[in-house]
Write a protein that binds this ligand. Structure first.
Ligand code: F6R
Length: 594
């Protein structure tokens, strides 16, 4: 997490750095800072957003090289003194990642007379580099020497008072790109930050050090040998969904789902599975957060269409479990960003074991996409809201298409089943659109939940996964405590939570009669039942539910309609409570730390 950016461009860089930093705020937004080389450094840091830097930019910020940072706090509170850049004896550093041995390094540095100004793990880096400089090392060599004692993950950009026309960048474990353009050189966590400032970028690999100047960029490994990295175009085209009259990007992105689904389907339709994937004897799907819940909705579709067992794994657990991997396993990683640290760690593990890896990924330039054997893309476009919305439904679609492609390759899909599912897929954009039209009813439910300040989501099959996604969306956007259970699990303990008026939201789909019985059980204990149900089951639920939302679609379509419904409920609950819908507290869109 955290976004770093650096720029050298032959004119005053401060304003451009802050613009670029704003584009990186999805990576964290609890504090921000900037350092510009001039004579000496001009440094400014604030708690809060990058835009908060602007009033503090005065004539001392006229320098033509600088670095900036937007932070997601790991060590030390989100206060200005913990914001980056950290500056020590003419060395300014911005860092993304975690230095795992920072406590030992800090103790050694303090013993040598260093004094620290922050509680961050990152601050050891400029101290180490400053020591190397004091011992006579040139900038790139000083950074290399510091890197040799750092354990953990880092992408760093370093500015030196003694070399104000240079930036040194190093990477181990955290993503970072270097970029060039007409008389400009830059570094950023994401090339999208550099649109308009540079034309080409290269992703650094672990163990790379780059020296940037307006005259060019030299990339070498930690032993000083030059290395060649692939240069790609900075994509000017891929911006986000426009606000289109909505007050938040999250809401606009919910409305953008029909076209995102159409784009995704058009991209997937021509794709074929390589033999090594089609021959899978077991699929292991690995992901985090909403991506995991998208995978959970799709698990049974994959199993039913392809006749292959499909396991679902939380990336942070799987990476350390040392699970045996059976012959014929194919891994499917699901990620919007393609840079989630735990999912990337699992990707490395699968590569080491020579397991074919399919990446269902939204960011085409991400490391996960680069390192996969097969990219099975979602085309949601950039999501500017921190919460996954259009990326979630696109992931569900991509996974259905994956199951279908697998089934077709293995001959397990009958023509009748194929025709039915193709019809269902074709109808998904319109179903999402129709579900959105139920917003007034969903907003009333959100107000009720906000008043009760709790919610319990239930479902069966894909509905259980949707319940989990609904609870997650509500928690992260509104900060209301919400739980989700497979409906059959309720009486094994969670039913003790039910009190008079408890909101219980049932995502009714498969096995509706059993979910109906579970809804009756909570109603008998005073719960306020909300049914998110298709037309076929509506009459049965209308009898018992306080709120019965009759959604469009059945089967696959109904799951997508429920996704839109839980998204809208979460957005409205957040708005009622005055939350920042696009930038909820404590979150970041790219989770690049473990
Ligand atoms: C929730 C949300 C997160 C992400 C999770 C995984 O709305 O967005 O739970 O789904 O952090 O991120 P990706 O998909 O980028 O790997």
């Amino acid at each position: 997490m955290c976004g770093i950016v650096g720029l050298i461009n032959g004119h005053a860089v401060a304003a451009d750095l802050i613009t670029a930093l704003g584009r990186l705020e999805y990576r964290g937004y609890d504090s921000a800072g900037i350092a510009v080389a001039g004579p000496g450094f001009a440094v400014h840091k604030v708690a809060g957003r990058a835009a908060g830097l602007i009033p503090g930019i005065n004539q001392t910020f006229g320098g033509q090289a600088g670095i900036a940072h937007t932070r997601w706090a790991t060590h030390g509170r989100a206060e200005a003194h913990n914001a980056h850049p950290h500056v020590v004896d003419g060395v300014a550093v911005v860092h993304n990642g975690i230095i795992e041995n920072h406590a030992e390094l800090r103790a050694e540095l303090i013993a040598r007379g260093h004094r620290f100004a922050s509680e961050t793990d990152s601050e050891v880096i400029p101290h180490l580099i400053a020591d190397a400089c004091a011992a006579g090392a040139e900038p790139a060599e000083a950074v290399r020497q510091a890197c040799t004692v750092l354990h953990g993950a880092y992408a760093i950009a370093v500015l030196f008072e003694t070399a104000p026309d240079r930036l040194i960048v190093a990477r181990q474990g955290s993503p970072v790109m270097v970029a060039r353009g007409d008389g400009a050189a830059a570094v950023a966590s994401d090339p999208a930050a550099l649109a308009g400032f540079c034309t080409e970028y290269a992703a650094l690999a672990d163990g790379d050090i780059a020296e940037l100047g307006r005259d060019g960029i030299a990339i070498m490994d930690f032993s000083g040998r030059p290395v060649v990295r692939k240069w790609e175009d900075v994509n000017e085209g891929e911006t986000g969904t426009e606000l289109r009259g909505f007050t938040t990007y999250t809401r606009a992105e919910i409305a953008a789902q029909p076209e995102a689904l159409r784009r995704t389907d058009a991209a997937l339709l021509p794709l074929l599975l390589p033999d090594a994937v089609a021959a899978a004897e077991r699929i292991v799907v690995v992901a985090c957060g909403s991506s995991l819940f998208a995978a959970a909705t799709a698990r049974q579709w994959i199993e039913q269409l392809a006749g292959v067992p499909c396991d679902l794994e939380i990336a942070s657990e799987y990476r350390t479990r040392e699970a045996p991997i059976s012959r014929g396993t194919v891994a499917v990683l699901v990620s919007q960003s393609g840079e989630t640290a735990d999912t990337l760690a699992v990707q490395t593990l699968f590569r080491e074991k020579r397991v074919p890896v399919v990446a269902v990924v939204n960011v085409a330039q991400s490391q996960m996409a680069r390192d996969a054997d097969l990219v099975w893309p979602t085309k949601a476009g950039r999501e500017l809201g921190v919460a996954a919305t259009k990326s979630f439904t696109c992931q569900m679609l991509a996974l259905v298409r994956f199951g279908l492609a697998l089934g077709l390759a293995r001959g397990t899909v009958t023509s009748c089943r194929l025709a039915k599912i193709e019809r269902e897929i074709a109808g998904l954009p319109e179903i999402c659109h129709q579900a959105e039209a139920l917003e007034p009813q969903l907003a009333a439910i959100a107000r009720m939940i906000a008043m009760e300040n709790e919610a319990l989501f239930l479902g069966r099959g894909p509905g259980a996964a949707l319940a989990a996604e609904g609870a997650l969306k509500l928690k992260e956007l509104s900060y209301i405590r919400a739980e989700a259970y497979a409906a059959g699990e309720l009486k094994h303990g969670p039913i003790a939570l039910i009190r008079e008026g408890s909101p219980v939201l049932a995502c009714v789909g498969e096995h509706a009669e059993k979910t109906l019985a579970n809804a009756e059980e909570v109603r008998a204990r005073g719960a306020c039942v909300v049914a998110l149900v298709g037309a076929a089951e509506a009459a049965r639920f209308e009898r018992i539910a306080e709120h019965c939302v009759v959604l469009p679609g059945s089967g696959l379509g109904l799951v997508f309609a429920q996704a839109v419904a839980v998204q809208l409920i979460a957005v409205h609950a957040a708005e009622v409570l005055g939350r920042d819908v696009d930038r909820p507290r404590n979150l970041a869109k790219s989770v690049t730390v473990e």
